[in-house]
Design a protein around this ligand. Structure first.
Ligand code: ZN
Ligand code: ZN
Length: 272
């Protein structure tokens, strides 16, 4: 890790740790909770792979866009109001996020990769980093490739990337922020914590990363008022150490193993 990265993550810790102490969703959760070292390993080592994959996706998408997306259309889009561009990017990127995330839950071979992320049992900003690099690279392909292919203005793309990063940290954090009338507009810790709950009624719900309204549209929303998940995690037996987690998706004994129902093609009747 370069000095700049260390400074960035220290800044993130300095912002989130006090907020998680001041307004916790789950009280009595320790800062150095179980498996915090595993999540630091994900942040450092998987982070490098994810970043390299992300850069390749962005470079390839820009090159393909310049080759195949009409220049006149790109200029028209990049000339629109900044806020409108960010809004359109959010919709395109989160539709990609929603569907790739849903596929990760639907197919057993993909679930074994995504189960690493769902092994989080104590939610916080650091746990957001527990994700298999293949999971993140495929997710970034679905979210970033379309928007960089189209080619919005640099300012709008930077604003979107900033929102994407900070919202991912926020929705995993152990912070109790009421979003009030915006609870179906912007993904909150309340919304994404239900996605991580290990409870039958919230299984395969809340796939969106930033816009919960997408789950409303596709019938997979679940965010009951005045209650919170009792427990988080998955019954899939994900190992506890970093190296084993990296190889878990490829170990044959785990094939087709998921102790929870997998969303079916016809089952989109979510509770909302
Ligand atoms: Zn998931
Ligand atoms: Zn998550």
């Amino acid at each position: 890790m370069e000095n700049l990265d260390i400074a960035k993550y220290l800044l993130i810790a300095v912002i989130f740790i006090p907020l998680e102490r001041l307004w916790p969703r789950r009280r009595n959760q320790k800062i150095l909770r179980r498996l915090w070292r595993v999540d630091i390993a994900h942040l450092v080592f998987s982070g490098l792979l994810i970043r390299a994959g992300g850069i390749m996706i962005v470079v390839a998408s820009i090159a393909l866009g310049q080759e195949y997306f009409p220049a006149a259309w790109r200029d028209f889009i990049a000339g629109q109001h900044f806020a409108l561009q960010v809004f359109i990017i959010l919709i395109i990127a989160d539709l990609g996020f929603y569907w790739v995330h849903r596929l990760f839950h639907q197919y057993p071979s993909l679930w074994r990769i995504h189960a690493i992320h769902h092994s989080i049992e104590e939610m916080d900003w650091l746990a957001a980093h527990r994700v298999h690099p293949i999971d993140q690279v495929l997710t970034r392909m679905a979210t970033l490739a379309p928007v960089f292919f189209i080619g919005f203005s640099n300012e709008a793309l930077v604003a979107f990337l900033f929102l994407y990063k900070w919202q991912a940290l926020l929705v995993h954090s152990n912070i109790n922020i009421p979003f009030g009338p915006f609870r179906w507009i912007a993904a909150s810790p309340e919304f994404h914590h239900w996605h991580h709950a290990n409870e039958p009624e919230s299984l395969d719900k809340n796939f969106a990363g930033q816009l919960p309204i997408i789950d409303k549209l596709f019938g997979t929303a679940y965010m009951p008022k005045n209650c919170a998940p009792n427990r988080y995690g998955t019954d899939t037996p994900v190992p506890d150490n970093y190296i084993d987690q990296m190889f878990f998706p490829f170990r044959s004994k785990n094939k087709n193993q998921r102790d929870q129902p997998i969303i079916s093609q016809n089952d989109t009747s979510g509770v909302s």
